[in-house]
Design a protein around this ligand. Structure first.
Ligand SMILES: [Fe+2]
Length: 260
């Protein structure tokens, strides 16, 4: 089974570039499942119905989320009904939406889990205990992909090692900066600290850099808007054994438009 996972898609530039690159990439890679982190897909914060639809039209099948899940209020109108959207599983019980989803790929079931780290983010339930609990509830599923949406590298690496040999992949999202540490952990778990971003390359994490710099220099409240200019595409391709779910390879994809 081949899985293509796209890093955080940022705003309209990210959505458009994801669609453009996937038009070329999907026939080449021929993935069995396409997943993307979409918590920044609408204006850099949150996800509207139309943005989700645009990503599905581009060929993405599952959308994972993160700390910006609730930033577009419209999400409350459709997150309960759309089984393709997965928000962090370690929110308190009763939170709208779902923390994991199960989809059928050929003969196999694939469990996709989203959890959020707690360092420099909200103090949610323990992400490690949360994944333990979900795995225990679905011990029959061999193909498990965890999107660890977290700020710090150590917490993501911790998630990788905590579940090495127990899940097919632990992929980090949130920082928008791809790391160069793709590897297969013992027991066949593909690991990458951060997949990176699909969005404007010359902003700061996809947002207009003059606005971000103003906030950094003055600490005053500043509106952030999605940046313009050349766009980049970051993703990872995983090969999973069809029977055991163990990862046999992980390869990073990075491309961007010309710098003008
Ligand atoms: Fe995030």
């Amino acid at each position: 089974m081949r899985v293509l996972f796209l890093g955080d898609i940022v705003g309209q530039p990210g959505r458009k570039y994801a669609a453009e690159v996937l038009r070329e990439l999907l026939p080449q890679v021929q993935p069995d499942l396409v997943i993307a982190n979409a918590e920044n897909a609408t204006k850099g914060r949150g996800l509207t119905f139309n943005s989700a639809d645009e990503l599905y039209d581009a060929g993405i099948e599952i959308l994972t989320m993160g700390n910006h899940t609730w930033d577009q209020r419209q999400i409350f109108d459709f997150i309960d009904d759309d089984e393709r959207i997965v928000r962090p599983a370690n929110y308190p019980a009763g939170t709208p939406g779902r923390g994991y989803t199960i989809c059928k790929v050929g003969q196999a079931e694939v469990l996709i889990v989203n959890v959020m780290g707690r360092t420099f983010l909200s103090q949610l339930d323990c992400p490690f205990d949360t994944v333990d609990r979900i795995l225990a509830e679905h011990s029959e599923i061999r193909h498990v992909i965890v999107d660890m949406h977290a700020e710090v590298t150590s917490e993501k690496l911790g998630m990788g090692w905590a579940f090495a040999g127990r899940v097919s992949a632990v992929l980090g999202t949130h920082t928008h900066v791809p790391t160069a540490d793709a590897m297969i952990l013992p027991g066949g778990t593909a690991y990458l600290t951060d997949v990176g971003m699909v969005g404007p390359r010359d902003g700061i994490l996809g947002m207009k850099r003059d606005q971000v710099l103003r906030r950094m220099r003055t600490q005053l409240p500043t509106k952030f808007e999605v940046a313009d200019g050349p766009r980049q595409f970051c993703a990872a391709v995983l090969e999973l054994d069809d029977v055991t779910g163990r990862a046999t390879s992980i390869e990073q994809i990075f491309c961007h438009e010309s710098l003008g």
